[in-house]
Ligand binder design. Structure first.
Ligand SMILES: Nc1nc2c(c(=O)[nH]1)N[C@@H](CN(C=O)c1ccc(C(=O)N[C@@H](CCC(=O)O)C(=O)O)cc1)CN2
Length: 282
């Protein structure tokens, strides 16, 4: 039995937003107002909530947000035309297209259409490529936020066994790259991994991004490991993650809760990328 440290993503994200306020004030003194274009297509209820949280965060920090709400019936070409328009606007520093997009719109095509210098989500192939070869580019907000959570909780990554469950383009793969950049020894597992529990039990740092509620139980976790939960699910009206929190909490040294762990960091790092973009583009 162990007293686990709760990694408070809400507090850490608030600290980051406070720091960003100062940077935005400095930019405004130079006549630059960081501006984020927020594009929402369709009627996905969760997306509406996330977009409203992003706009609120912009307002709090002093980032100007431009809102584009398009109907479920929007065609791919209409969306591509809007992105082209935003790419050409000198006073727009970041373009965010909320995912998922309605059926019939090719997400990869849309992501590719965003100018990489405004790709504050870090999803463009050029941004992903830059991360994998150690060049400057925007980093996908959720994995970037996880690195910040670890650093600001004084959890060393260097030399540690880091295991990521999940290989999505948005979380699993960039997470692996970022942990590698911090000199972790990285394993990425997925649905076809054999003896998954044997692999995850090696982890000093375990990142669960598998997309299945309460999938990770104590049998997956080494005593004293750090567990980061990327999942968000609503089960019986309650939010939970990919980790069975109550089952593992006494066996780990630190853990993120759901809600209040990784989620708020996604928005804080989007704000950070947007400020960075305004600093670069001017
Ligand atoms: N263009 C993008 N689309 C999507 C992204 C993204 O990073 N860029 N990520 C997710 C959704 N997402 C942000 O967009 C996001 C998800 C969850 C949270 C969050 O703060 N979650 C809270 C719980 C919220 C709740 O009550 O439901 C928490 O974990 O504490 C923020 C942002 C997919 N799409």
């Amino acid at each position: 039995m162990m007293a686990a440290k709760l990694i408070d993503g809400k507090k850490i994200s608030n600290d980051i937003k406070e720091e960003l306020k100062g940077k935005v004030a400095e930019l405004k003194n130079k006549g630059i107002t960081p501006t984020l274009a927020v594009v929402l297509v369709g009627k996905d209820e969760a997306s509406k909530v996330y977009v409203s949280h992003k706009k609120k965060a912009c307002e709090y920090i002093g980032i100007h947000s431009l809102s584009y709400e398009m109907s479920e019936e929007t065609s791919e070409i209409e969306l591509l035309n809007l992105i082209n328009e935003l790419n050409n606007k000198k006073d727009v520093h970041g373009i965010l297209v909320q995912l998922p997009l309605p059926k019939g719109i090719d997400e990869q095509k849309v992501i590719k259409a965003i100018d990489p210098s405004k790709d504050v989500d870090g999803f463009h192939p050029e941004s992903v490529g830059a991360l994998s070869i150690g060049q400057v580019g925007f980093v996908s907000c959720t994995p970037y936020g996880i690195i910040e959570l670890l650093k600001r909780s004084n959890i060393d990554i260097e030399g540690k066994e880091c295991v990521v469950i999940g290989r999505s383009n948005i979380v699993g793969k960039p997470m692996g790259m970022l942990l590698l950049r911090e000199n972790g020894t990285v394993t990425i597992c997925h649905s076809r991994t054999k003896d998954l529990k044997e692999v995850t039990k090696r982890a000093d740092i375990l990142v669960a991004a598998i997309g299945k509620p309460k999938f990770v139980t104590k049998e997956f976790v080494k005593d004293g490991a750090v567990v980061i939960d990327v999942g968000i699910h609503r089960v019986d009206g309650k939010l939970c993650g990919d980790v069975d929190f109550d089952d593992v909490v006494e066996h780990v040294s630190a853990i993120t809760p759901v809600p209040g762990g990784v989620g708020p960091m996604t928005i804080a790092m989007l704000m950070s990328n947007c400020v960075q973009s305004a600093e670069r583009l001017g």
